[in-house]
Write a protein that binds this ligand. Structure first.
Ligand code: PMP
Length: 423
């Protein structure tokens, strides 16, 4: 739809790759859900800043002060991008995985955690030291809310509780009813953290409007390079917790005690959980990506992506052997992420053929969401994971799936090539 505008310029758009059939073709990166190509604008901002970067926070020199300003201003940009509340803390981490592990380490004593079995492993696994309840996969958004409400109604109402939920599935791309889940959590005195790794790159999010207590995402899925992430939200649990890492930057005062030990006073700010020299370039590139998405008009990007996902859906619907995976039904709203299996094909061979014969980069496997993919495929819970997954015999159900995913930088041609290759 020309009204949706052009894709945003990203790195790698002109990279060519060889084909087994001879010749070469421009690479069609259709694995944005794993890592999206960096926006050209982010790369340019980083290149402009790189000659000037210096150590942040305590350097007296001009460049250290400049870097400190950029680093701290990045917090403000990210807070605005996420629609944070005034007293929310923005903690810079390495990734979504790191952010959720940080929160897990900061849970108050005796905290109960509620998490759907459908989560990505990054949001499924960090709570294993807490009193965690794993909720069964719901088959509609309404069932998700009802399942959570039932579990919360049974909980000990006096202790602290946390719900962890993903905003958009990295397997099906389906949107989860975050606002309703947050309302249910709060009605039962629980808090909620949103794993926005797949939501934030595809959809404007507002912590305030969704009324979630924390949000986590990764820079490398939001069109910035690898190595940085965000945990943003309520400061009270974070302030009360032991620092995620002990070290310089997190400590305000350190002194020897008369008995020979060491006393530490930790910072109360986000610095408490950011010990060590931070990833200034990574943080700055997240802020640059947030600005670029906002300035491009996020609604236009969403409209364009929805246009592309419709093309994919319609194209795949013409291939009877293709089965699209979905939890909430085929027409459920989803971001530009979709997984499928092809009857009579091993998914790994299919993905390898898309690469070797068409220069298309997709992903195959269980996508770090093993329980969810097994539920969607109806396979035995004990089948193996990505590594060494046995192949399904002819006529048997697939044991893994193929995922195609795209976003703000995807030209129409990549999606068209994918659809005709599948056909
Ligand atoms: N949550 C979801 C929904 C994801 O898709 C991913 C990455 N695939 C993660 C968490 C983990 O992100 P990272 O690897 O950047 O920590």
């Amino acid at each position: 739809d020309p009204a949706c505008g052009a894709p945003l310029p990203v790195l790698g758009r002109d990279v060519t790759v060889p084909l087994v059939t001879g010749g070469e073709v421009t690479y069609a990166a259709l694995d944005y859900a794993a890592s999206a190509p960096a926006l050209q604008r982010v790369w340019d901002d980083v290149a402009a800043y790189a000659p000037y970067y210096g150590s942040v926070h305590r350097g007296a020199g001009y460049l250290s002060q400049l870097s400190t300003d950029l680093f701290e201003n990045s917090r403000v940009t990210v807070a605005e991008f996420l629609g944070c509340r005034e007293d929310d803390q923005i903690v810079f981490t390495r990734s979504t995985t790191d952010s959720l592990n940080l929160l897990a380490a900061a849970l108050p004593a005796d905290c109960q955690v509620f998490v759907f079995e459908t989560e990505h492993h990054a949001s499924l696994l960090p709570w294993r030291d807490a009193r965690v309840t794993y909720l069964n996969a719901p088959r509609t958004p309404g069932e998700a809310v009802a399942t959570l409400e039932r579990a919360l109604a049974d909980r000990d109402p006096h202790g602290p509780a946390l719900v962890c939920v993903t905003g958009a599935s990295n397997v099906t791309g389906e949107l989860w009813p975050v606002r309703e889940l947050a309302a249910a959590a709060h009605a039962h005195g629980a808090r909620i953290v949103l794993d926005a790794a797949q939501l934030a790159p595809h959809h404007p999010v507002s912590v305030r409007e969704l009324d979630v207590d924390w949000i986590a995402f990764s820079g490398h899925k939001l069109y910035a390079p690898f190595g940085s992430g965000v945990l943003a939200g309520r400061s009270d649990w974070l302030r009360a917790a032991e620092p995620y890492l002990a070290g310089g930057g997190a400590s305000r005062k350190v002194a020897r005690r008369a008995d020979g030990g060491v006393d530490v006073e930790w910072h109360d700010s986000a610095a408490r959980h950011e010990a060590g020299s931070p990833n200034v370039i990574g943080v700055y590139s997240i802020a640059s990506a947030c600005k670029a998405l906002t300035e491009a008009g996020f609604e236009n990007l969403v409209a364009r992506e929805q246009f592309l996902i419709r093309k994919v859906r319609e194209g795949l619907a013409e291939v009877p052997e293709v089965k699209v995976l979905s939890l909430f039904g085929d027409d459920a709203p989803r971001v530009g992420v979709l997984s499928f299996v092809v009857e009579g094909w091993n998914s790994s061979h299919f993905a390898a053929a898309l690469s070797a014969e068409y220069g298309i980069g997709v992903r195959d496997g269980l996508f770090c969401a093993h329980p969810l993919v097994r539920t969607l495929l109806g396979s035995d819970p004990q089948t193996q994971g990505e590594c060494g997954a046995p192949e399904a015999a002819p006529g048997e159900k697939s044991l893994n799936a193929i995922r195609v995913s795209f976003g703000a930088g995807t030209p129409d041609e990549h999606v068209e090539r994918f659809v005709s290759a599948v056909k």
